[in-house]
Design a protein around this ligand. Structure first.
Ligand SMILES: [Zn+2]
Length: 310
């Protein structure tokens, strides 16, 4: 079911990908992480997390306004159990996995989205959405790294599976800026047992250490990266990378998946920098928390305050 044959892995540096990264990051590229001030006294995780923010988010242009920015801090008191929320249906085809690449900001795995082979439906979604890519965000240390937080708790990493509405739109680019265009599944990673499916992906990372490098990967079954418990929160939000489009229906699984310490460390071996540039470790590649504003977070499960657990 899950294979990542070494024979399929090639190490490619693509000028096309370089162009895309330039397009996405504009003049901000080349300014990488330098945590300015880290508190040495616990507990001050949230403040330390904020001080470690990527330079991309220190630019005024990174706060374009809007009414539904992501990520957010999910709080029980802001979330409402919605009994109408159905389970999310997930169906991914391992064979539609194309390649993995270092975007210069994160690690991303691309899928063939020319058909409905891989996608999601149900849950809060009115249409089926096709899988376009998945990627990860992570921290320099285990105390933070996720984009979303739960009751001010940050996880060391967060997986995002990005889907687009192929009923309303012709392609991902159109959907990314359109109403009900995207649906992103968020999965928290926490320290614990070794994750064998994730390891298949991590073994390719030495091939994509530098920005713009790419390697073949496949077949790869992304549903192996989802938690067994499918309880989720959902809320209307945005992309957390440029162009920050407010077109995303977020679906955040309540339960994290577990990964081993050395697996988290493997993410941190990647570099923001390109071959020949001064090496800059790829860490803290998350957008800072955004205000909830006038939004409601709905949950597919009952909180203790709502009554007995479903
Ligand atoms: Zn993301």
């Amino acid at each position: 079911m899950l294979r990542a044959p070494l024979s399929c892995r090639g190490h490619v540096t693509s000028s096309a990908f370089s162009g895309l990264v330039r397009q996405r990051w504009g003049t901000l590229r080349g300014h990488w992480l330098r945590p300015e001030r880290w508190c040495v006294q616990a507990p001050c995780g949230p403040r330390r997390r904020n001080n470690a923010v990527h330079p991309l988010w220190k630019d005024p242009a990174s706060s374009p306004g809007g009414t539904r920015p992501s990520p957010i801090n999910i709080r029980w008191r802001d979330s409402v159990y919605d009994p109408r929320l159905q389970p999310l249906s997930v169906s991914y085809d391992a064979a539609s996995c194309l390649h993995v690449w270092n975007t210069g900001y994160l690690l991303q795995v691309e899928f063939d989205d020319s058909t409905d082979w891989s996608g999601i439906s149900g849950g809060p979604l009115e249409n089926p959405y096709r899988l376009k890519q998945f990627h990860f965000h992570w921290g320099a240390v285990d105390e933070w790294g996720s984009e979303h937080t739960v009751e001010d708790h940050a996880y060391p990493a967060e997986l995002h599976l990005v889907h687009w509405n192929a009923v309303k739109y012709q392609n991902y680019r159109e959907a990314a800026t359109g109403e009900h265009g995207l649906a992103v599944i968020g999965v928290f990673l926490k320290l614990g047992a070794r994750h064998e499916a994730l390891q298949e992906l991590l073994e390719v990372l030495p091939d994509i250490k530098h920005k713009d490098s790419r390697a073949a990967l496949g077949p790869f079954q992304p549903s192996c990266l989802l938690p067994t418990c499918r309880d989720y929160w959902t809320y209307p939000g945005s992309l957390t990378t440029p162009p920050l489009s407010e077109s995303v229906t977020w679906i955040i699984y309540k339960k994290p998946i577990e990964v081993a310490q050395d697996q988290l460390a493997a993410f941190r071996t990647l570099l923001f920098s390109a071959l020949g540039e001064k090496e800059e470790a790829m860490v803290n590649n998350y957008r800072p928390l955004q205000p909830l504003m006038k939004r409601k977070v709905r949950s597919s499960f009952q909180t203790p305050e709502d009554g007995p657990a479903a």
